[in-house]
Design a protein around this ligand. Sequence first.
Ligand code: SDX
Length: 430
Amino acid sequence: MSDKKATLKVDGLDETIELPVYSGTLGPDVIDVGALTSRDMFTYDPGFVSTAACESKITYIDGGKGILLHRGYPIDQLAEHSDYLETCYLLLYGELPTAEQKETFVSTVKRHTMVHEQIRTFFNGFRRDAHPMAVMCGVVGALSAFYHDSLDISDEHHRQVAAFRLIAKMPTLAAMSYKFSIGQPFMYPDNNMGYAENFLHMMFGNPCEPSNVSPVLARAMDRIFLLHADHEQNASTSTVRLAGSSGANPFACIAAGIAALWGPSHGGANEAVLEMLEEIGDVSRIDEFVSRAKDKDDPFRLMGFGHRVYKNFDPRAKVMKEAADDVLAELGIENDPLLAIAKRLEQIALEDPYFIERKLYPNVDFYSGIILKAIGIPTSMFTVIFAVGRTVGWIAHWHEMISGSYRIGRPRQLYTGHTQRDFVALDKRS
Ligand code: SDX
């Protein structure tokens, strides 16, 4: 914090208002506007474009420079040298683990990969054609009905156990939502496998034959989880924080985050990107869709482009693009038509004044779908994959808030409705 001040002059007020200005270690200063309430005034910032809702030490984004740091470490270095569970440790505890710490963390996660057998029957309440995100919203929220020994948010041990349970069980539940949708038996986790390898085993394995997960695909899957692990105060993380601020249990908070992530403007974009590329169908139709994206009267947007914070390349998109090339090459998928459309679309959009003026660049969702499709993940599961990766970020932010001092989040409004008026009896209304 600093002793800097902002002085506000408001028409109609005799005196100016002095507001404290705080500086972080990186990024813009913030103005503490708490004093406005006593002047019977609120700030007004729909969509929280200019609002810092909290203090955090977990992730830093510089949208202008395309920088993403997790506890100070650049995302491209973590993507190259680290793995998902090590990044989970970093996000949760603030430091990279020693070899011993990592081994303990990984083995603890592995002890929580199974779900209560009763949850397996819980799935039977859904239609087989339910969207997997609808299933995940339901079953993750339902975890609070099973794990009563990790619901006391005031107990650090409960908070730790809930974190391990959520990180460990999300892949199991995600794979179950897929298996349920295709009528295949659920696969139990195999704790001899790595995190991503186990997920692919539960997704594509079957009880009739041994699993044979490609190390290349497991590495690509692990990197996708890592690239989605956290992203500061995005819509779903802010949802988790707001739900947590009421004292709701961690499973309920994560279920709220999953619901917020589902929207096509947020985590649902990866599914929408694939659908868009398939609708474009051929590079010859790209110009038609770019024109539609620029047409104010057309609701169509170029999915996977643009970002509230990044006004430069999303650093995750760069890593994802390289990974897409690697995975397709490893799989011998030459000239993937959708990747060809994606690359041409990116090239056209980046040269178009409309996108340049608005600083619209490919975001994390633009290439992730190409890799997921190459791995064999169905499009309907793309946002579920995002939710699996992001669970550690949601939990890290929830824990950072709950283990510190916090108040229930309760935004106000600019009211433009009716002033007070008296009730009109039914027979007097025209
Ligand atoms: C994620 O917050 C996070 O960190 C999210 C995320 C994470 O890791 O948690 O990074 C993950 O959600 C990535 C974003 C995925 N969503 C999409 O790819 C959907 C397509 N993108 C857009 O809907 C949009 O870019 C948003 C929602 C991502 C950002 O919206 P903003 O910041 O509210 O920007 P805006 O809607 O005000 O757009 C500014 C201008 C507008 O034009 P003008 O009115 O100024 O003329 O840019 C235009 C918009 O019409 N615009 C687009 C566009 N995105 C913005 N035009 C065409 N295609 C697009 N994709």
